[in-house]
Design a protein around this ligand. Structure first.
Ligand SMILES: *Cc1c(COP(=O)(O)O)cnc(C)c1O
Length: 470
């Protein structure tokens, strides 16, 4: 058993872990000033990974060295302050430390019996999250890979619950012949919600599509009367504008008739944790289920999403495909609230992040995203850019005089490596989409970002004048 001995040797001698630590530390030191998106050279250099699977074992040292030399330069600078793509978030240092430790523990998080520590920390996180968001006390939490999965779990629970109330057990009878549900969503619903509906047996044509306003919020006046067959899909934080639906009025109506409101709050639900921004989520506590990410606004490492559901029986029944309240032990069994059995013990770094920050630290961090977004919007407006959205939270949509110019500017900025922003289409116009959601973004980072925008704009103007296109 030469290979086995070698592996025992790695554990005893620890060189491999010292080497990983040295590489990790070198990366941490470089990341604030490295290119935010890899250079062409670094991207091409990754072709070294295109090799046949080796037949003979390779030295651990060689494996890690290759990752460091060719993998590291192929990363985006996610953990530094000038990555504004999608809605990604950074990673609070203690969360990386906790994840690192938890990786060594390598716990299978599905059952109490396979990881008592994960089960314990899930219970604690569940309680803390309910406190932060001020949710009803019977609410339970499932710890999943992200909001896509949290949306799936929440909407599956809604389907189970609503059909049960209409006298139909979907676990026994399936969807063939089931009473129809009325699914109400506005046209700004996230792609992950649409995908989920399809996976759960509801097509595009089964949805009552409702209009949204200029900021992407459901138009209240266009909301039809609700009944007990209704699933209403709302959003805390539009992925473009960062806007919030009017939860208070809609949740109140839904509660009165027994309809289910699911809120996709991937990044926006955390506004509730900021004293100055919590007005945005007013009334959301009256919904039935909430999907939220740890890995975006809270800045835990990937991957970390949470489904919160006020009807534990519905969530468990939907995800376990049984009407019975199964118990695997007399402790918390994490798998009850998710679709998986084996899963990462992601509550460990979620717990570490929340404990480290405390409610005041979370408030400070989330509020800072808003302030930095305002700083950016102001600075860009002063330099002739158009700010398309109301910057209510952390998202800034930026436009110029034409779609072509905007596209060219996006290309220039991305190529500069100084920061990274993505493009999007908002109300038929090409826009630059900026998401401020890393704890590491400072005022200085925003100044540098504004400078990068201005430089790109000048370059594009010059090229256009010279008759070239980018
Ligand atoms: C990011 C996002 C999602 C999907 O979440 P993942 O964690 O990427 O699965 C869903 N809805 C909204 C509004 C989002 O911003």
């Amino acid at each position: 058993m030469e290979l086995q001995e070698r592996m025992f040797g790695e554990l005893t001698d620890k060189t491999l872990f010292e080497q990983a630590k040295a590489y990790a530390f070198a990366y941490m030191d470089q990341v604030p000033e490295m290119r935010v998106f890899p250079s062409k050279t670094s991207l091409e250099a990754m072709n070294i990974f295109d090799e046949a699977l080796p037949v003979e074992p390779v030295a651990a040292k060689t494996v890690l060295q290759q990752l460091h030399e060719y993998g590291g330069p192929g990363t985006i600078a996610q953990t530094a302050g000038r990555y504004f793509g999608f809605v990604n978030g950074g990673a609070v240092p203690v969360s990386l430390g906790a994840k690192w430790l938890a990786d060594v523990w390598d716990q299978c998080g599905g059952l109490y019996l396979t990881s008592p520590v994960n089960a314990k920390l899930e219970s604690v996180c569940e309680r803390w999250l309910k406190d932060i968001f001020d949710l009803p006390k019977q609410t339970v939490a499932g710890f999943v890979s992200g909001t896509s999965m949290a949306n799936l779990c929440g909407i599956a629970a809604a389907r189970f619950h609503l059909l049960q109330n209409l006298g139909w057990d979907v676990n026994e009878m399936g969807l063939n012949g089931a009473p129809p549900l009325r699914i109400l969503a506005h046209d700004q619903v996230h792609a992950s919600v649409k995908k989920t509906l399809t996976m759960l047996g509801y097509g595009n044509k089964n949805i009552e599509w409702l209009p949204s306003d200029a900021e992407g919020r459901l138009v209240l006046e266009k909301m039809p009367p609700l009944d007990s067959s209704c699933l209403v899909l709302l959003q805390a934080g539009n992925a473009n504008t960062g806007s919030f639906d009017h939860f208070d009025a809609i949740c109140q109506k839904a509660e009165e008739v027994g309809a289910w409101v699911h809120i996709d709050g991937a990044f926006g639900l955390w506004a509730a944790a900021s004293k100055s921004l919590s007005y945005l989520t007013k009334g959301m506590q009256k919904a039935s289920s909430w999907a939220v990410d740890g890995h975006k606004t809270l800045n835990t490492p990937y991957d970390s999403g949470i489904i919160l559901c006020r009807y534990p029986d519905a969530l468990i029944s939907a995800l376990q495909a049984t009407g019975e309240y199964i118990l695997y032990s007399n402790q918390r069994d994490p798998l009850l609230y998710t679709t998986e059995l084996s899963k990462r013990s992601r509550a460990i770094e979620l717990w570490a992040t929340m404990k480290y920050l405390g409610t005041s630290g979370i408030d400070t961090m989330v509020t800072n995203f808003h302030h930095r977004a305002l700083q950016l919007a102001e600075g860009l407006a002063e330099n002739g850019f158009k700010i398309i959205n109301e910057v209510v939270f952390n998202q800034v949509l930026v436009g110029t005089e034409s779609d072509d110019t905007t596209k060219s500017i996006i290309g220039r900025i991305q190529e500069s490596g100084e920061c990274w922003v993505g493009g999007s289409v908002w109300q038929q116009k090409t826009v630059i989409r900026v998401s401020v959601c890393s704890w590491a973004t400072t005022e200085k980072d925003i100044e540098r970002t504004i400078a990068a925008f201005v430089k790109a704009k000048k370059e594009v103007a010059l090229e256009t004048k010279n008759g070239k296109t980018f």
